[in-house]
Every structure is written in structure tokens, then in C-alpha cells.
Ligand binder design. Sequence first.
Ligand code: ATP
Ligand code: MG
Length: 451
Amino acid sequence: MRTWLKNKLSGKKPPATALKISVIPRDKHDISRRRISNAALSVIKRLHGANFDAYLVGGGVRDLQLGGSPKDFDVATNATPEQVHSLFKGSRIVGRRFRIVHVRHGREIIEVTTFRGSHDQDKLGKNQSKQSDTGMLLRDNVYGSIEEDALRRDFTVNALYYNPENRSIYDFTGGLDDLRAGTLKLIGDPETRYREDPVRMLRAARFAAKLRFNIDSATESPISQLANLLEDVSSARLFDEMLKLFQSGYGERTFLQLRRLGLYKHLFSQTEWALCHSSASEFYHAMIVQALQNTDKRIESGKSVTPAFIMAAMLWPPLQESMAKLKQHESDQDAYQKACQQVINGQLTQISIPKRFTITVREIWDLQFRLPNYNGKRAERTAAHPRFRAAYDFLLLRESAGEDTAGLGAWWTDYQQQHPIPETSQEREYNRDDDFKPRKRNHRRRNRNNV
Ligand code: ATP
Ligand code: MG
């Protein structure tokens, strides 16, 4: 442990240049070691055993202090990725922009990051630090001390360090006060921090929604000016980010925050246009909110969810708008086919949605046009479609948002009562792709890596 930190613990004054650090002993905070995963504890113990510093950090500390259950635990250490890798058999160094180590422990993967340092040294090599013209960090592999690391994190409430050995929390940025006040505050100069990584603006919306926190005014005010920087973020990273925004169990609130902050249009510009300019904008808004509420409820009750369903709902407004225009000159069928292509291709310029999901979006939409034709054998054939269940849910969604389908939903509800479709086979199809399951963060790539 660094000397000044030791001094602080022993009551000696830290040097004048050091950050103001608060050390919060066990009896002054709410984190109980029993609620931390054994995997994280054992990784920290092993690092300590090899004479490295190691702390629990980030969302794990934040959520434990708030009384919630973290979905994963991250560890920060002064060991380099190579040193961590050599300590843990079966670990992997991942990422280029932001190198970290995945340490496998039983079924869990603990993400171990090396303390990040500041970027303002000229002598740094390209593999360590690289910045774009707009200030975006293309490499963030400069290592430093724990206090530098704290300053490299995004929000003060995400920069709390917990040492399971002495059970103290280390707070360099006033995060604990902000946590208690319910304030989301970016560390450092907000504009610089957003320029370095525009995804932090999305994270502000997400954490404000998740934690029901207020965003500090200095943190919030540059967002409207800088929101367009999201266009420089890779569409693949935005897809990963989108899953976190809408599939973490608080999608409805996140959607409202994103719109309020003027960020949504940089993710779904066609939808934003329809929400602002169409005569059906109220219906569209209600439908998206309802889709997200349904998703949030499914997640709460442990059911699987699919990004395709959310995408189908979010892109339904531009699909309708585009179809209405095309129908003036084309047959209904042609207008639908062309509108599908236009809308999906338009969306792919912003967020790179894997093909397996765009195919499902199309299937859900196609079925909306088949559901009204249920005469003769058609109902049976439609009900046998692998995406019938999702399409039926989508129909109910349209109805609950206020669309008059002349009782079509009720007809299909009756039909299913009379011709029960084995739940398991439908659910299996609903969940055909593994990614339909709520993502466990431990099993996905870390988003900071793949700008
Ligand atoms: P949750 O896991 O609930 O989504 P989290 O705070 O743990 O929230 P992660 O994405 O898991 O978020 O990141 C872990 C920690 O890494 C964060 O708490 C933060 O300290 C830091 N971090 C993550 N992304 C960024 C970023 N873009 N810029 C700066 N720090 C970041
Ligand atoms: Mg986390």
C-alpha cells in the first residue's frame, strides 16, 4: 500500500499534493463481507498474498452500500495484466483499448483491472494512450496509482474501493456523500470526460434511471451539446450498450432519461423523428413505454427477454411512417417490404444489430400482417410459426398502447385456449437464441474494450 495511504490509516497527514481521501471503517458503512461473492474475495486474497494491492470497486461496492445485490464484482489492483494473468491459471487478458483480465473462478468470471493512470505524459507509447481529434480515448492502458485510478473512473459513486481485509471503504472523490445524497456526479471536467468517452453520457442516463438518482447540474448540462459525439462511437459498442440500457430491468426509466437528455435520437434517429413529428406520436410513445415495461417485468420475474422484441417495438413507428408514405405509390405488400428494408438499414447505420436479431424483428412484423387472416387452416399455420408467441405478445402490445385491431388479440387468446400450444416449445422458440436470456455481465465482453 502506498506510503501516504498508510500514513492516512495511521493518522499521519498525507502529502499536500495527494487527493483528499476518506477512509470509512466497517462501523461507518453498510457493506457486509458476507454479501460479496467468494470468487471476488478469493481473487483479492490471492493478489494480497502475492503482495499486490487489490480492492473491490465499481458497481459492486456502490450497490452493496445502497443495499442492493450487485450483478457482478470488479477488482482493481496495482498488478499489471501480465502479473495478474500469471497468478491465475485459466485467466485471460482481454481488450485492446482497455486491457483487463478475466479470472475464472468456478462458474464466475471476475474482471480484474489494473489501476489506470493519467494520460497527460508525452512519453506514452501508442499502445498505452491514443486520442482522436475530438478527444476520444482510443487506448486507455496507462497504469498508475489507486488515487489516479479513482480519477479515471466515470462517476464518484462508481469510484469507491473496498478492502475486504480491513473492511474499510476508500473514497477519493466524495462518492459516499453523493451516494447518500442520491447524486450522480462525473469525476473531473465533465466536457473532457465525455469527449474522452461519449458512452459516459449513456451511462449517466442509465445510472440515473437505475439508481433513481439526480444528475448533478454540471454533469448534465454539457450533454445536450455533446450528444452528437455518440456518432463517433462504434456501432458495435453501441449495440452492447443498448442491451445494458434496455435489458437491465429498468428500461422504461432509461428510455425516458435518454429522451429527456436528447441522447435517444443518436441511437434511434428514425424513431425519434416519428415520436416528435407524427400525428400518431402519442400512440408510438405509449407502445415503446409499454414494451419496456413488459420487458422490465419479465426480467424481474426471471424470464428471458429478446432484444429483437424491443427493436421490433422501437422501430415500429418509423416502419408505419415509411409504409404510409410508400403506399401512396406502391401496393401494400411492396410498401411493407421496402419500408422494412429502409428502416432496418437506416437503423444499422447507428447501431450494429446482429443479423439473427434483425431476422427476428422481420418475423415478428411479418406475423402482424398474417394474424388478421385466420380463416380456415391459416390460424393453425400461423400458430405453428416459431415466432408466433412473440408476435402475439406484440399484437397485445399494439392494443394496449391504444391501437384498435377489432378484437384481434382476444380472438387469438381464445384460439390458444381452444388449441393449446405447448408452452415449452413456444418458450423454447421464443428463446431460441442464447442472447435472448438476460445477459449476465460476467459472461459478456466488457464494453470499455471495444470502442
Ligand atoms: P453495473 O455493473 O451495475 O452496470 P458498474 O458501475 O459496475 O455498473 P461496469 O460497466 O461494470 O459498471 O464498470 C465497472 C466500473 O468501471 C464502473 O463502476 C466504473 O468505475 C468503471 N467504468 C466503466 N465504464 C467506464 C467508462 N466508460 N469510463 C470510466 N469508468 C468506467
Ligand atoms: Mg459492474
